[in-house]
Design a protein around this ligand. Structure first.
Ligand code: ADE
Ligand code: ZN
Length: 326
């Protein structure tokens, strides 16, 4: 079977990666030591053993605790640089990278510290790795609309260092419409718009992300297969889904990878992409997602080609880069 090698080697774009979810336990412990932060785990091994999740919230609790080691601009740089090198090794030529500023500003870290460290890593990746990477600011949906507006205001002095906004964290109980006015403002500012929807939440959340937030892509969106009218809408409008197979497995969205619906979504004509979400927590980077999915559901070379092409087409890369690959 030569498909794993093709999947690993093909040029690809990654559109769903939370930079805080790329922080490997070894780097987390190194930062904890240098910053004098105490982690509630004695060792890297003990921390890794805690990575056994039953749903999204059980993961988020540990993920937000892990981010507590990030204090200085250099910490944000080092985390992003480690991811970008890893992405290069997977032949990722473009990355649209999520970050969660509220996880840091709530601990007293300045917005500029976060954005400047991440942005410097993206700039260096372009010159030293040939990876084109840009940032998407995510609002935490378990927090209020007012806190999202406040975060946007803090980020505006850095408007030139991020290209869009997203919506992440606890989905059920925090529907997209909670942030309709925030997204309207972001739209006026010319920002790209995406949102997590239909990860654990119902198809209704995908509908409102599209119709009320006016997003250009849906992050996850795997629950859309429960609603035929929604499937038709996603297909007609060529709305990309940034699907994350190993994340869905580890957060028990599907009981087994063999039960994952990515191939059905793709064969229904949707603009599906494969992504890693939080690779340090879910046991694999983007190529691991491709290869393990293939081993579970049997992808073909045609599927591989379509997934790679979709990833560039749906990316927010500059037209020159997109046109080279679509
Ligand atoms: N934050 C990081 N990963 C996430 C996910 N899979 N869903 C929602 N919020 C997240
Ligand atoms: Zn995500």
């Amino acid at each position: 079977d030569r498909l794993p090698e093709l999947l690993r080697r093909m040029p690809k774009a990654e559109l769903h990666i939370h930079i805080e979810g790329s922080l490997e336990p070894e780097l987390m412990f190194a930062m904890a030591a240098r910053n004098g932060v105490k982690l509630p785990y004695a060792s890297v091994d003990e921390l890794r053993r805690a990575y056994a999740f039953s749903n999204l919230q059980s993961f988020l609790d540990i993920y937000y605790a892990g981010a507590s080691v990030l204090l200085h601009e250099q910490d944000f740089f080092d985390m992003a640089w480690a991811y970008l090198q890893r992405a290069r090794a997977d032949n990722v030529l473009r990355a649209d990278i999520f970050f969660d500023p509220q996880t840091h500003t709530a601990r007293g870290v300045a917005m500029g510290t976060v954005v400047n460290g991440l942005y410097r890593a993206c700039r260096q990746a372009r010159t030293e790795l040939g990876v084109d990477a840009e940032l998407i600011l995510c609002f935490l949906r378990h927090l209020s609309e007012a806190e999202a507006f406040d975060t946007l205001e803090q980020a505006l002095p850095h408007r030139d260092k991020f290209i869009g906004v997203g919506l992440d964290s606890s989905e059920v109980g925090h529907p997209p419409e909670k942030f309709a006015r925030v997204y309207a403002k972001c739209r006026e500012l010319g920002l790209h718009l995406v949102a997590h929807a239909g990860e654990e939440g119902p198809p209704a959340y995908v509908w409102t992300a599209l119709d009320l937030l006016k997003v250009e892509r849906i992050d996850h969106g795997v629950q859309s297969s429960k609603d035929p009218a929604l499937m038709e809408r996603l297909k007609q409008d060529r709305i990309a889904l940034t699907v994350c197979p190993l994340s869905n497995l580890k957060l028990c969205v599907f009981p087994k990878l063999a039960d994952h619906n990515l191939k059905q979504l793709l064969e229904a004509g949707l603009a599906v992409t494969v992504n890693s979400d939080d690779p340090a927590y879910f046991g694999g980077y983007i190529n691991d997602n491709f290869v393990q999915l293939h081993e579970a559901v049997g992808l073909t070379a045609q599927h591989a080609y379509q997934l790679a092409r979709n990833s560039f087409e749906a990316s927010f890369a500059p037209p020159e880069l997109k046109q080279r690959y679509v």
